[in-house]
Design a protein around this ligand. Sequence first.
Ligand code: ADA
Length: 539
Amino acid sequence: MFSTQNLDRVWDFAFLEDADPACLPSSLRYESVISVPGCFDVMAPWSGRRGTGCFRRTVRTGGTVRLSIDGTGVEAVVYWDGKIVGRCPYAYMPEKFVFEAGGCGDHELVIAVSNRCNQVFFPFYDFYPFGGIFGSVTLEELPNLYLEWFRVTTLDFRRGTIGLKVRASRFLRRARDLRIRIDGKTVKTLPFAGRELECRLNVPDFRLWSPEEPNLHHLELTLENDRRETHFGIRQIGIRGQKLLLNGKPLRLVGYNRHESHPQFGAATPPALMAADLQMLKDQGANFIRGSHYPQRETFLELCDRMGILVWEETLGWDVKPPELFSPGFLRRQKEQAVRLASAHYNHPCIVIWGFMNETESQLPRVRSIIRSVREAYRTIDTSRPVTYASNKYEKDVCMDLVDLVAMNPYPGWYDGEIDEPSGLHRIEPRLKQLAAAIPSDKPFMISEIGASALYGEHDPWKARWSEEYQADLAREVCRVVLHDPRFCGLCFWHFSDAKSYIGGGRVAGYNDKGFLDRYRRPKMAWDAVKQLLKKGMM
Ligand code: ADA
């Protein structure tokens, strides 16, 4: 009766060099076609160009609809029959728009995507501002009364108790039945009046979610003519002193920072590539991805839920400096991103950390109030997960007390030392130990980035920098130091695979080449070095 349409596949396309996506010319000729998801600036003839890409298609529908767009970049404006119905100001952020589609019939949907840098995606970022629609586009027809959102939280993993919070699309003066089914069985029918409802439920025959056994349960909610469903996992993230806990047991995160980046797909990486990436990660014996440095795709998170891969997800805001950092707009945008992200991805058990503001100026006391405010923005939606930022201010960081877990991005053996020094590996152990000693003793501590550049295929008998040998030795040394020391709850290498960058200096051929895999996912020596250590049970 109320259909959901997946709008992916082939759309019309037009590229306009100079147009503002919020002000399209009245007559626009769509002379090309493109796939959705898809990035235009990785394809001839728009490769590397900046401008506005207009994606258009016809949709047969009517009545009240909800349009979901799973990430665009750098920003987008959404038109329905020529009128603006939504804006996507934050690159990579999933967005949903509810609007009146008009009478039943064919309607025109245009998503105008600009890949010009803006106040959220600055041109100095060390990753590429891809232009396109990065994830799926779906359209649901909505009944008169529908569920706006629902959130599932594990309250007691020992008993399988979950909390359920549900919001209706409007205030209900008269109570209606909310039917709750778990794993195909009705567990409760509750009278729902007002706008929101909160309840506790014990999941029958529950099984815990963990990386080793990523068990999922199925939840289905029915309110009048609306029916919603999701998978959820019963798992609790906790902190006890310096320990990060999963279901009461110490958790050790080992994995990689990963960009959504591929020479042929840009940031619109297809599900098959995501699955292959994650399968490689599992095969290596790692269990963790930091989604650097922006929101992740729904398919990616679903794969992580199913495969038992733990995720740090973060908002976009990379190394932003004053005066921009202290502008009121910056804080508002950071808070808004945190709220949108936590709301959109709340129900994914794989997400264990919320992050923000990579490598901010956390040595400045004035940044404390910004960090506190963004942390609180996350907490208005979610108090069940630790919140943090990745710091490169090390001992000078004055904000460590404000986060639940301290995370640092040191690069001993790569960015320190003298330019003509043959090797900096000897500095890794003292530096990491020194850092661990500087962290407040009541906080878990993880290495959120560490690594070295290596050019794929560059071999060197003297293990010089930029060779695969040097990177592999560095990875081995980091594992030796970190994985045996209980002071570190996590190690996240920089980074999974080589990724296109936008900054000039030190980026060979425009790529950040600290990948343990190259841009086409061919393993460098460091990949196998870590694999061997993890297989030996170093975790
Ligand atoms: C930083 C940053 C990464 C990347 C890395 C590098 O730590 O967070 O995005 O730029 O440095 O390769 O230098």
